[in-house]
Design a protein around this ligand. Structure first.
Ligand SMILES: *Cc1c(COP(=O)(O)O)cnc(C)c1O
Length: 411
């Protein structure tokens, strides 16, 4: 055996690429053990919203860890979870009345799929087909991979992935509507979508009116609409949730990443009353059969409560609006470069393609990642797609450094 025993995610150790050791994070920056300051331009993979080491979140974690660190959640409850559930219900649409806890975005999706199938099973209707949007990503567990795009990422596991109905991405919305309507008519349990922007699918964006129409079609056929807002919620797209921009209320909503401000793992799957009611009754056989050891971990819930308090007390929406403007201005300037195509923004997200693509496995993305790192910027291209998704507290100087590094990469 050579090297560290650590097996990193999405890393080909055989290439021997350097893996910097990070020792500290503060605001929009991290520091490596050789004393270098690196700007976290992708919010540590889309999770850090208010910045690293927000004092209120850090304090809430410390206090809760010293009070009650962990407790079984089947048949027991605690104040941080109750406060969080009430807070989420108060912030989000009234129809989402129930909160189920888990610990990652993937798990929140698994829970959503199980809720949808349980709903139909307990209502005595044999619906189990899941509809998905082309290019979607919902996580790396088997169920979440099944409802996501197929490719080199999951080829080895394809025999285990269940069959789904894939609805074309709305490049031409009418095609999407027709396909969705036909698939709903043929019988489906649920349709799962990332609202307004498909993250891992290459920051592909589509307008709120399309989201609203897809939701309407599902409602007509009684097909449950699952909004996977694991990446899009908590202000990423400019509003608390992306669904809000389309006046869409899903039947099931998945939240994770920014739920704790990005400090500690936690997820929720929220459901409407009919979904909950289908599982409710005197028969133990219809209870929702899902749990994980750390369901509603009190420390994670305390961090999420601090996040909700930050949303209530601090000018988070103003910060998001300011960052969105700054991203838009800088991307507009960058997009004058001839190699930049398809420049687009949504809220705090800015993305574009760099001309001369050769796919996800090309050498270019890792080479760029290394160049950005050497320039003091943490960026990780998705194939030929480059994007900037920083914490909301980032300053103008750091944004300038990021865009200077991008301009340099366009060469
Ligand atoms: C990141 C992501 C997930 C998976 O979340 P994990 O916490 O990494 O399991 C699911 N859905 C979307 C839309 C995501 O961006």
């Amino acid at each position: 055996m050579t090297g560290s025993p650590i097996w990193h995610p999405f890393t080909q150790h055989g290439l021997g690429e350097p893996i910097p050791r990070v020792v500290r994070g503060d605001g929009a920056a991290i520091w490596t053990d050789d004393g270098r300051r690196i700007i976290d331009a992708i919010s540590s993979w889309w999770v850090t919203t208010h910045g690293h080491g927000h004092p209120r979140i850090a304090a809430a974690i410390a206090a809760q860890a010293a009070t009650l660190d962990q407790i079984i959640f089947a048949g027991w409850t605690h104040e941080p979870a109750e406060t969080l559930a009430a807070g989420l219900c108060a912030m989000l649409p009234d129809a989402l009345t129930r909160v189920f806890f888990s610990d990652s975005g993937s798990t929140s999706v698994e829970v959503a799929l199980k809720m949808a199938l349980g709903y139909w099973q307990h209502r005595g209707e044999a619906r189990h087909r899941i509809l998905v949007l082309e290019h979607g990503y919902h996580g790396d567990t088997i169920g979440a991979m099944s409802v996501g795009a197929r490719g080199v990422f999951n080829r080895a596991y394809a025999p285990l992935l269940f069959d789904v109905g894939t609805i074309p991405f709305p490049d031409n919305p009418q095609t999407t509507y027709d396909a969705l309507d036909a698939a709903c008519r043929a019988g489906a349990a649920a349709f799962i979508v990332e609202p307004l922007v498909l993250g891992a699918g290459g920051m592909r964006m589509y307008p709120p009116a399309v989201l609203a129409e897809m939701r309407r079609i599902c409602a007509v056929h009684g097909v449950l609409f699952i909004a996977d807002e694991v990446m899009t919620a908590w202000g990423r797209t400019g509003t608390l949730t992306a669904c809000e921009q389309a006046d869409v209320v899903p039947d099931i909503l998945c939240l994770s990443k920014g739920l704790t401000g990005g400090a500690i793992p936690l997820a929720v799957t929220m459901a409407t009353e009919p979904v909950y009611a289908a599982h409710y009754g005197p028969d133990r056989a219809t209870m929702f059969f899902h749990s994980s050891s750390y369901t509603a971990n009190p420390v994670a819930c305390a961090a999420a409560n601090a996040n909700l308090a930050i949303w209530r007390d601090e000018p988070v929406r103003e910060r998001i609006a300011t960052l969105s403007d700054r991203q838009r201005t800088r991307l507009a300037a960058l997009s004058r470069h001839p190699r930049v195509t398809n420049a687009r923004t949504l809220g705090t997200i800015a993305a574009f393609e760099l001309d001369g693509d050769d796919g996800y496995l090309s050498q270019r993305a890792p080479m760029l990642t290394a160049r950005f790192r050497d320039a003091g910027v943490l960026l990780r291209p998705l194939g030929s797609t480059l994007y900037v998704m920083p914490p909301y507290c980032i300053g103008e100087d750091d944004l300038d450094t990021i865009y200077a590094a991008l301009a340099e990469a366009c060469g």
